[in-house]
Design a protein around this ligand. Sequence first.
Ligand code: MLT
Length: 306
Amino acid sequence: MIMRILANDGIDKIAADELAARGFEIDRGHYAKEELKAQIKDFDVLIVRSATKVDQEIIDAAAQGDLRLIVRAGVGIDNIDAAYAQMRGIEVRNTPNASSDSVAELVLGHMFSLARFISIANVSMRDGKWNKKEYEGVELAGKTLGIIGFGRIGRSLAEKASALGMDVMFHDICVKNDEKFEYAEFDALIKNADFISVHTPFTGEALIGEAQFRKMKEGVFIINAARGNVIDEKALVDALNTDRVRGAGIDVFEKEPAVNLELVRHPKACVTPHIGAATREAQMRIGRETAETVLDFFDNIIDKAM
Ligand code: MLT
């Protein structure tokens, strides 16, 4: 029997070729919600990136047919109602390994940009200004980086920052010890860090809001390449306006792509449009990991159950 895959947000060519070589039929068409609801029952696997929202209606439609697996080609699965899918007997997987270095490098890019005004100087020079005197920055070396969320991305960032001479501390709800890096309680971390980077999923409530900003060091830099809602954007804009936060490097937003323009246009913000995983290398690895996930599911899980 031929297995059918719908790659609703596209798929890397190498991954598609590999799956096709193993007998899967791949549809790369993008269906909007109503069309997707009508089509999904004819597929065994749904592969999505962040554009397709896999909500309960899509899952109900899928459960009427053959769908057994949803793969999120990426890390965050907040666009998939994973608990509901599991309840309806559909497995949900992601590709957690593929993009760590790319995201960590983007965070470092934001840190350099904030510390040395690279982004804002670029804008002002294009405007014909020579603001040399306004751009006395700081070095990263010798500063303390506080990493909140010490998974693959947090760890990759820790390694790279420490190679630059930064002191690294981390906070994580699961990991409390590490041979190389210092664990800190949440409040101690936000009080003592010169740079703070968040690497946690959004769990329904902002991790950093007004109360947390008040506890931070005056003039801290903050970076978010995780999920927009992890930091309360309004509180962040207030903290930038009062100089509590000296600069914010933001790749992810509470609403995308209809972003908060007050934040995006803030002179102390360095912003990018959710491009943490947007490197050739990460996308190739995501493709490979996606193909491996599908093959592993059908080779091991399904075959063994039969
Ligand atoms: C991810 O969760 O993999 C990243 O945020 C990249 C993305 O969603 O585009």
